[in-house]
Design a protein around this ligand. Structure first.
Ligand code: ZN
Ligand code: ZN
Length: 273
């Protein structure tokens, strides 16, 4: 049996632009025999509020003009509807909190509005010239290795600076846009930076996501996770459309198994060492 897909976006995520349907994604999960799906909708902020560290940092928030607030009420109503409609599927609520170390107050305010089973933490944006920008856009400005080093250093800061999330999503997100002109991406070139991220995550008892939209993590990288004390992995398709639910999960499972992780306590659990 496949593991739970703990990272799916539905019509309630602003960047699905009408392409996603929670119902269709549940249907796809049932068809594939995925035991559980977590709808982890984007939680991003274009302005700061009380208790947000970014307010005092001189960084202008908002890195994408498509960003919209999450309609918590509408979203949770859809979750309830799907739970009734798909009784054989475990449907978990959740969010993907972007830059939660910079928006602690705003994240906490949304999490207090409802019950969220899975909270992912993720980094999409980096600060550049006084404002937040999409980290991948820096490939046009900086040497590719510098972008990855900056990014991984900021992920370590995100882990140290936020206790709001349980699972670290796509730990090397800009890798998705690594320029072909820079040659093949090599995790080993950034081992030290990866290890610093993994150490911080493990020491706070949290979970590493194997994201199957990003280039798949290697057995070596998951070996670093174990070596730094990591005990659990989560599988996330990062689907923004039904056809991608649990995409590449067989490959991801093979990598996790080769690195010494296996099924957890029940079909809905993380995989554990
Ligand atoms: Zn993301
Ligand atoms: Zn996502």
């Amino acid at each position: 049996m496949l593991p739970a897909d703990s990272h799916v976006h539905s019509q309630w995520s602003y960047d699905t632009f009408g392409r996603a349907s929670m119902v269709a994604e549940c249907e796809r999960a049932v068809e594939l025999g995925v035991p559980a799906v977590a709808f982890t909708e984007h939680l991003d902020f274009t302005d700061y509020g009380p208790g947000d560290a970014i307010a005092a940092m001189g960084i202008k928030p908002g890195w994408w003009d498509a960003t919209r607030p999450l309609d918590v009420t509408g979203y949770l109503a859809s979750i309830e509807e799907c739970r009734h409609r798909f009784p054989s599927l475990r449907i978990l609520s959740g969010v993907e909190a972007g830059e939660p170390h910079l928006f602690a107050g705003s994240v906490a305010a949304v999490l207090a509005e409802g019950s969220f089973d899975r909270v992912l933490g993720s980094l999409h944006a980096l600060a550049w010239e006084g404002r937040q920008v999409n980290s991948s856009s820096l490939f046009r400005i900086l040497a590719p290795a510098d972008v990855m080093r900056r990014y991984l250093a900021e992920v370590a800061a995100l882990i140290e600076g936020s206790g709001a999330f349980e699972i670290l999503a796509h730990l090397d997100y800009p890798r998705r846009h690594w320029p072909a002109s820079a040659g093949p991406y090599s995790e080993a070139d950034f081992e030290e930076e990866y290890r610093a991220v993994l150490r911080a995550l493990a020491s706070s008892g949290r979970v590493l996501e194997v994201n199957t939209y990003s280039p798949l993590a290697s057995v070596t990288l998951l070996g670093w996770w174990r070596g730094e004390g990591g005990t659990a992995v989560s599988f996330g398709s990062d689907a923004h459309v039904a056809s991608r639910v649990a995409d590449k999960f067989r490959e991801a499972v093979a990598v996790a198994e080769a690195a010494g992780f296996g099924r957890g306590r029940d079909p809905f659990d993380f995989w554990r060492r």
